[in-house]
Design a protein around this ligand. Structure first.
Ligand SMILES: NC(=O)C1=CN([C@@H]2O[C@H](COP(=O)(O)OP(=O)(O)OC[C@H]3O[C@@H](n4cnc5c(N)ncnc54)[C@H](OP(=O)(O)O)[C@@H]3O)[C@@H](O)[C@H]2O)[C@@H](O)CC1
Ligand SMILES: [K+]
Length: 492
């Protein structure tokens, strides 16, 4: 399990503050730049010992400074070297100092023509990228991409926004990225994650407490975030002590989704699971269930479950059908921890406020699991707002009062108090029919273990991703459910 420091993600702006704090506490900032640049050069020399030539591309800020330090290290190592820079005569501070120590000629960046055999050291833009890259940089990126040149990026591939993971006009696709002290959100969010290649985090000597002091509440998702919150089921524990999940089924032709949620909840360790079914779907549900209990959905049954202390979490939405009745049902369940998924999200598209007000008024424990389309229906203004997926999920959580699982290949989990995690273990195969229903069921099982909503959601997303890895290529929602228990041993 990763130590907490290794899981934190720190935005470029906060990293700038860490930098200033380090300088303020008497740490030599030029020493930090030297450590950074030398780490980049060391990695490149180790990875490409037979390189035709190292081409160091240096920008106008401190990322460029790292590049000049790397260039000096290549020269000392006797490697073949070319240096191209933007505004190399107008550099300031540490970058100017690093440039002054380079004896080789520095040509203007626009003069660089890629050629096969080059290994590019990308030190054009790092944390300070503030707009789309200029045309000559975009041209070099296109040429290097076409020739598939190896690229070692300093801090972050140029053109990639370290906060959002978005591409500003064009970005290098690196073979390796060497970043400093801690990863940035843009290294994990898509499409950024796919442009970083192998990501190396190098300790350049800033005390960890300074980094921790500026880090926001953002982490890579993983067991360290949630394993303490999950009381593991023991051999002696009574089935109801491991929680009882109730899942609401749709009608006879759309009952499969709820059954997937129900069986996933059971496999994820809920002590008992009941499928609550409309009378007309009882027969089809009964034909497909064994360990999951079945109960007819009438108002008496729902009242009884709300009053039964053993019933600990609900799932509503998968395959239910969008209707006013679903809105009413969802609102009536909020006295217990509830997962709202699929149709239960779309049902509130025309009146999301009524849901959010009810959640806030009730102080309800709710996890909502929207994919991109459902997120856009519930939070249309946020979906089209600029900023990162993390920011959008955080705002949605604060507004709704629910923990938001904003699904995708880079699922973000966000809590109303601002905590957030980016999930990275989901294989592409997980994007299959019924996968979301499985996630909703696992989430309810975690809530039924009495885990707080944020930790429950983080655990569920991670278990879901890990199960996807175990199930492998060609997985279906059914094979995914079967392997859920195999994800658990890796959580401790
Ligand atoms: N954190 C640490 O502890 C340490 C950090 N270190 C390193 O410092 C890096 C951050 O340095 P940084 O702040 O100087 O930013 P950087 O990325 O060099 O760019 C700023 C320059 O680029 C310009 N510019 C921006 N976008 C542009 C565009 N689209 N097109 C054209 N120009 C554009 C911008 O101009 P401006 O926006 O001001 O007009 C400014 O001149 C960090 O990534 C790491 O590598 C290490 O040395 C060791 C310690
Ligand atoms: K860079």
């Amino acid at each position: 399990m990763l130590h907490e420091f290794e899981r934190i993600l720190i935005g470029p702006r906060e990293m700038g503050l860490v930098d200033a704090d380090a300088a303020g506490s008497g740490i030599d900032s030029f020493r930090l730049m030297q450590n950074a640049g030398e780490a980049v050069a060391a990695l490149a020399l180790a990875r490409y010992p037979d390189s035709g030539r190292f081409v160091v591309l240096c920008g106008p800020g401190n990322n460029g400074g790292d590049g000049y330090v790397a260039a000096a290290a290549f020269a000392r190592a006797g490697a073949s070297l070319c240096i191209y820079g933007i505004g190399s005569e107008d550099l300031k501070g540490d970058a100017a100092r690093a440039r002054a120590r380079v004896e080789a000629e520095v040509a203007p960046l626009s003069a660089y023509a890629c050629r096969p055999g080059d290994v590019i050291i990308d030190a054009i833009f790092g944390a300070g990228l503030s707009r789309d890259v200029p045309q000559d940089v975009a041209r070099i990126i296109a040429d290097a991409t076409k020739l598939r040149l190896p690229i070692v990026a300093a801090d972050i591939p140029s053109g990639l926004d370290g906060e959002t993971g978005e591409i500003r006009g064009a970005a290098f696709s690196a073979t390796d990225t060497v970043t400093f002290m801690a990863r940035k959100p843009g290294h994990l969010l898509l499409p950024g994650r796919e442009l970083c290649g192998a990501l190396h985090v190098f300790d350049i000597g800033i005390p960890k407490r300074l980094v921790m002091a500026r880090a926001g509440k953002l982490w890579e998702n993983g067991p360290g975030l949630f394993s303490d919150a999950l009381a593991g089921p023991t051999a002696e524990s009574h089935k109801y002590a491991r929680g009882h999940v109730a899942v609401f089924s749709g009608g006879p032709t759309s009952s499969g989704a709820a059954r997937l949620s129900a069986t996933a909840a059971l496999k994820a360790g809920a002590g008992a699971v009941t499928l609550v079914s409309p009378s007309e779907a009882l027969a089809v549900n009964a034909a497909h269930l064994n360990a999951v209990m079945l109960r007819e959905a009438d108002s008496r049954a729902i009242r009884a479950m709300l009053g039964d202390h053993r019933v600990s979490a609900f799932v509503v939405g998968p395959g239910y059908g969008v209707s006013a009745a679903l809105r009413e049902l969802a609102l009536s369940l909020l006295t217990k921890p509830t997962v709202l998924d699929a149709d239960a999200l779309t049902a509130f598209a025309s009146e999301p406020k009524s849901l959010f007000e009810a959640i806030h008024a009730e102080g309800a424990t709710v996890v909502m699991t929207p994919h991109e389309g459902e997120f856009g229906r519930l939070f249309p203004d946020l979906a089209s707002a600029s900023g990162s997926k993390v920011e959008r999920a955080r705002k949605a959580a604060a507004r709704s009062g629910a923990v938001i699982v904003y699904k995708g290949s880079d699922t973000v989990i966000a809590a109303p108090d601002g905590r957030a995690a980016i999930n990275t273990n989901a294989p592409a195969d997980l994007a299959t029919a019924g996968s979301g229903d499985v996630l909703a069921g696992i989430t309810a099982a975690m809530l039924a273990h009495a885990a707080p909503a944020f930790e429950a959601a983080c655990a569920a997303v991670w278990i879901h991703g890990r199960s996807g890895q175990v199930a492998g290529g060609g997985l279906t929602a059914e094979t995914l459910v079967d392997v859920i228990p195999q994800a658990f041993p890796e959580m401790v």
